[in-house]
Ligand binder design. Structure first.
Ligand code: C2E
Ligand code: CA
Ligand code: CA
Ligand code: CA
Length: 277
């Protein structure tokens, strides 16, 4: 439960020293974990505030390390990024997510699935063929897949990233700007991105009920999103008070512990059955 919340103990502090022996160990272990099928995908539900309908899930990668317990993705994704492993990792998550999505659809649940892309993946032109191949393999319509990208990962090489986003969009895949509000890009930049959704970063959402400046920030993001015709998702919604505040501000979709924790893909259908209203 600790790891699911992203509050795991920091066992490894990623740094720039590529010769750091701890880093080399982690790289070797991650490579082995990918090969041996040690990585898993958990999914966290997202629901429409207006109707309560569960519209889909976000896929979150999990690494239950045999000796060290769950290593938080915030720790090993950066390591994967710098060691060339993020390509295989993204492929693994995409494949597992679309397989799960196809199974839910076959069972009568027309859910979407959102997958996180790292900065490196956004520089990889092969991603378009990869996504095409995996959608076809699992028979999932393109618009049931959302790819989440952060402002900072776009900015790493904006020209290339934006070109890739357009090609992904041409496939019919949905695109979402993750962690919105934490980056440095100008708001007008959002208008030029081929995205359909913004996700308000959970750092703003978590302190919403305390009042203060985050209320103004969240309200501004929701208004901006609506004016640009984007769906607005709030992540990190931990209680009913926050959900009510967001509903009052016109937010479209919530995700967070209040609705459901990240869970193994196999637990989603039983969860849907108990959640049904
Ligand atoms: P993110 O994309 O912003 O994901 C949301 C994080 O918020 C997840 O942390 C999730 O478990 C956590 N969370 C969900 N609901 C709540 C809540 O109500 N309260 C609080 N405090 N936290 C909540 P997680 O799973 O530890 O993932 C951390 C980050 O690692 C993600 O942040 C994402 O940037 C990255 N990540 C996770 N899976 C993948 C993946 O498959 N590929 C890539 N490239 N990055 C991933
Ligand atoms: Ca995300
Ligand atoms: Ca986020
Ligand atoms: Ca994040």
């Amino acid at each position: 439960a600790k790891a699911s919340g992203g509050r795991g103990v920091r066992l490894y502090e990623p740094d720039r020293d590529t010769n750091d022996p701890r880093r080399l160990t982690l790289v070797a272990e991650l490579r082995a974990a990918l090969q041996d099928g040690q990585l898993h995908v958990h999914v966290q539900p997202q629901a429409r505030l207006a109707t309560g309908e569960v519209r889909g899930v976000e896929a979150l990668v999990r690494w239950p390390h045999p000796e060290r317990g769950f290593i938080p993705p915030d720790e090993f994704i950066p390591v994967a990024e710098r060691s060339g492993l993020v390509g295989p990792l993204t492929t693994f998550v995409l494949n597992a997510s679309l397989a799960a999505c196809a199974a839910w659809r076959a069972a009568g649940h027309d859910l979407g699935v959102a997958v996180n892309l790292s900065a490196r993946s956004l520089q990889n032109a092969d991603l378009v063929d990869e996504v095409t191949r995996l959608l076809r393999r699992h028979g999932v319509p393109a618009d049931r897949l959302t790819l989440e990208v952060t402002e900072s990962s776009i900015m790493a090489d904006a020209a290339r990233a934006v070109a890739l986003l357009h090609r992904l969009r041409d496939l019919g895949v949905r695109l979402s700007v993750d962690d919105f509000g934490t980056g440095y890009s100008s708001l007008s930049y959002l208008k030029r991105l081929p995205v359909q959704e913004v996700k308000i970063d959970r750092s703003f959402v978590i302190s919403l009920r305390e009042g203060g400046e985050d209320v103004a920030i969240v309200r501004a993001i929701i208004d901006l999103g609506r004016h640009l015709g984007l769906e607005v998702v709030a992540e990190g919604v931990e209680d009913q008070v926050t959900a009510d505040l967001l509903a009052g501000m016109g937010c479209d979709i919530i995700q967070g512990w209040h609705l459901g924790r990240p869970m193994p893909t196999g637990e989603l259908q039983p969860w849907l059955a108990t959640h049904a209203r």
